[in-house]
Design a protein around this ligand. Structure first.
Ligand code: UD1
Ligand code: UDP
Length: 440
């Protein structure tokens, strides 16, 4: 078996590293293809080093550009590699342009696509990420889903439960594996070491790069107005290159940089960043990955967005959406710093992203599919199954797995009263309403 991974940005490298590592550990043939969307040393190469994975086998160097140009160049480059390498499955991760390009190209070549971190939805169709992740899900054969909530999104869109595999999120694997290593090493970046972070109180780590925030002068100004008033915090801001560019273009960079309590530094490596996060009183961010890492490392998070495709972090109590609302930002930072009970509740929020074995579960599932011939993409000879979906109220005391065996069926949806729940094998469905397909 040969597995190809397509990645292109900082978070994809971080979240695919545990899977790349797991594939290598099992001696399975693999190639890694970098689209070149992120190319600065501190946005790309540094992560291959910190996470101890080999440099990519291919880099198609698409660089920066408009979405159409970037995605088009990626598709051309990825197609050439896949035609040549003929992998059995192509893995894409998350919601970047690499995911859209990789999934589309591979599925048109009739190569199975495995979408890592599938099923997330912000329901905000103005976000390029929402379009990318939805399109990738349409092209995929295997869905590696972090939580039941995300799996339900896919069920509700009509995806068959058959290929939905709940794995947790590999970000937990990466955090758990690297935090201890990071602590032993100490800070490697000079700017962080010289700031003497360990001695600081009230550290607020800030990251932002979402187009809807940093490309919008009105929104970014509101956020900066809040930062100015947070002079009782030590704000550490490893700045994303996109954000540096836009702040400079808006003429806002110098003003922010001149504030004594705001330390703007270059993006930092993963090991430095993990230490910084774990020493922080709170995280202020619009990053997807950081919302997950904050709850994994028991650090309260305030998210600079009005919606999130990670609602589990909010319902668990570890994350609050403050948007670009100055008053909300000021209110909740103050509350976390001054109200110990409130801060403790946020820190104790249960991590919904699993135990750190997502990579193992992902590779286990790929191996099973390969062994059973399920990675072969062939035209269906019988399309009738899509018309036989049935619905019933279950009266028997029976689990999902028992019902499926007894009836040679596959259950798709389960409703307990008005609430839709994920049909786990051991779920007792007595008194619930189900939809299911009967197999021949
Ligand atoms: C991309 C992803 C986003 C992800 C983020 C992670 C898409 C649509 N967006 O956004 O989902 O959350 O990566 O960080 O795929 N730049 C550099 N050096 C680099 C990379 C970028 O200077 O190495 C600058 C360029 O000016 C570029 C801008 O940053 O135009 C934006 O980069 P781009 O890759 O287009 O989008 P991100 O904002 O990084
Ligand atoms: N990160 C990092 N150094 C930094 C900023 C972030 O290592 O200076 C890591 C962070 O730990 C997280 C990931 O980058 O795992 C998040 O990436 P980003 O915010 O760029 O993308 P998103 O998750 O929003 O797609």
């Amino acid at each position: 078996m040969k597995i190809a991974t397509v990645l292109g940005t900082r978070p994809e490298i971080i979240k695919m590293a545990p899977i790349i590592d797991e594939i290598a550990r099992r001696g399975i043939d693999q190639i890694v293809l970098h689209t070149g969307q992120h190319y600065d040393e501190e946005m790309s190469d540094a992560f291959f080093r910190d996470l101890e994975i080999p440099a990519p086998d291919y880099n198609i160097h698409v660089g920066s550009g408009t979405h159409g140009r970037q995605t088009g160049l990626m598709m051309k480059g990825i197609e050439e590699v896949l035609i040549n390498e003929k992998p059995d499955i192509v893995l894409v991760q998350g919601d970047t342009n690499a995911v859209l390009a990789g999934a589309l190209v591979a599925s048109k070549l009739h190569i199975a696509v495995g979408h890592v971190e599938a099923g997330l939805r912000s329901f905000d169709m103005t976000m390029p990420e929402e379009l990318n992740r939805r399109a990738a899900d349409v092209c995929s054969s295997m869905y590696f889903i972090p939580t039941e909530e995300s799996a339900i999104n896919l069920l509700a869109e009509g995806f068959s439960r058959k290929n939905l595999i709940i794995t947790g999120n590999t970000v937990v694997d990466a955090c758990f594996r690297h935090l201890e290593i990071a602590r032993k090493k100490g800070f490697s970046q000079k700017s962080l070491a010289s700031l003497n972070i360990e001695e600081m109180d009230n550290i607020l780590t800030l990251t932002m790069h979402r187009a809807e925030n940093v490309d919008d002068k009105r929104r970014v100004t509101h956020i900066i107005e809040a930062l100015k008033e947070l002079d009782y915090m030590n704000i550490i801001f490893p700045i994303h290159p996109r954000t540096k560019n836009t702040l400079q273009n808006f003429g806002l960079f110098d003003e922010l940089n001149d504030l004594g309590h705001v330390h703007i530094i270059k993006p930092i490596g993963y090991l430095d960043f993990l230490q910084l996060t774990s020493l922080s009183t709170l995280i202020l961010t619009d990053s997807g990955g950081l919302q997950e890492e904050a709850i994994t490392l028991d650090v309260p998070a305030l998210t600079l967005r009005y919606n999130t495709e990670r609602p589990e972090t909010v319902t668990a109590g570890g994350n609050i959406l403050v948007g670009a609302d100055k008053d909300a930002i000021l209110k909740y930072v103050k509350k976390i710093v001054e109200d110990e009970d409130f801060a403790q509740k946020m820190k104790k929020a249960e991590n919904p992203y699993g135990q750190g074995d997502a990579a193992k579960r992902t590779v286990d599932a790929i191996v099973d599919y390969y062994d059973e011939g399920l990675l072969d993409i062939v035209a269906p000879e019988d399309i009738m199954t899509s018309f036989t979906r049935k619905m019933m109220n279950v009266e028997d005391d029976i689990t999902v797995a028992e019902f499926e065996t007894d009836n040679n069926a596959l259950i798709h949806m389960v409703f307990d009263g008005k609430k839709m729940i994920f049909p786990k094998d051991d779920l007792n469905i007595k008194g619930m309403m189900i939809t299911y397909d009967e197999r021949e």
